[in-house]
Design a protein around this ligand. Structure first.
Ligand code: SF4
Length: 278
């Protein structure tokens, strides 16, 4: 409660144009936005509060406005995992579990040059795949899964990636999140794959509060306007990866700062020029 009072007071002071040593102006083209510097401890406390669902609710008009801004800033968002076809996308997503997209992208060009179909990957074999992806965490298990899923695709799906959630989730190393990414990117399904970034953004902003990725996914599917669902997954991941960072969220660069419900945020107004976001 005390925190809410602080924010209200700060807002009132901003409105009144009062100056304060704890307020700083953002620079650059999107500058002129007043930001209140908060300690890491205060922000961690705000995250805890958010995780307990202590945030005000978003109105549907606010959600619409947030996604309108995401769409205006980045009309055709793309995933960052390099791939050539649905199969290489599936493999890249399997490899990305508990690893960064950048790390996966360093290893996959060599792998996909030798094996861009399930048949070729199965033929390449586990030992060779393991060697090609050894820079990625958990590479032993991942090599095993990649070869096993390739064999299954050949044996049960005619060497094609199935456009079917259950069939995808039945493949080794493929869970709900991976299936959602493949359904979204390869088959244009309006799915939301909740990774660490989306989980944080959903809870922190108050947009979709949940204790598990499935809870956050379910809430996002309920609140995101249908016409934004296809790209919502990418916008939220990119927002979490480049703006709403785990440790030091860049609120002063955030295009939804005025809508965000996080008590720890350090800016209260959205930047003027949306193109500055990326
Ligand atoms: S203002 Fe933006 S960057 Fe800051 S916490 Fe909210 S969503 Fe994240």
């Amino acid at each position: 409660m005390a925190r809410k009072t602080t924010i209200k007071t700060t807002r009132q002071r901003l409105k009144a144009g009062a100056s304060s040593p704890s307020l700083a102006r953002g620079g650059g083209k999107g500058g002129g936005k007043l930001a209140r510097v908060k300690s890491a401890k205060a922000q961690a406390k705000a995250d805890t509060g958010a995780a307990h669902g202590e945030l005000p609710r978003w109105t549907s008009a606010e959600v619409e406005e947030a996604f309108r801004r995401f769409a205006a800033a980045n009309p055709t968002p793309r995933g960052e995992l390099q791939h050539i076809n649905p199969f290489t996308l599936l493999v890249a997503v399997v490899l990305s579990a508990q690893a960064t997209d950048a790390g996966v992208n360093k290893a996959t060009p060599g792998l996909f040059k030798l094996a861009d179909t399930p048949e070729k990957m199965a033929k390449l074999g586990e030992a060779r795949v393991r060697d090609l992806i050894k820079t990625i965490g958990l590479y032993r298990t991942k090599a095993k899964n990649v070869v096993a899923l390739s064999r299954l695709l050949v044996a049960q799906h005619g060497g094609k990636v199935p456009h079917d959630r259950d069939a995808l989730e039945a493949l080794p190393g493929v869970g709900r999140k991976t299936a959602n990414v493949v359904l979204n990117i390869a088959f244009d399904e309006p799915t939301i794959a909740v990774d660490t970034h989306i989980f944080r953004v959903g809870n922190r902003t108050g947009l979709a509060i949940g204790k598990t990725p499935l809870e956050v996914e379910t809430k996002l599917m309920q609140v995101v306007p249908e016409h934004y669902l296809l790209h919502a997954h990418h916008w939220l991941i990119l927002h979490g990866r480049y703006t709403c960072l785990a440790r030091r969220p860049r609120c002063e660069k955030c295009i939804i700062a005025d809508l965000c419900k996080w008590p720890g945020k350090t800016a209260f107004s959205a930047i003027a020029d949306n193109t500055l976001r990326r």
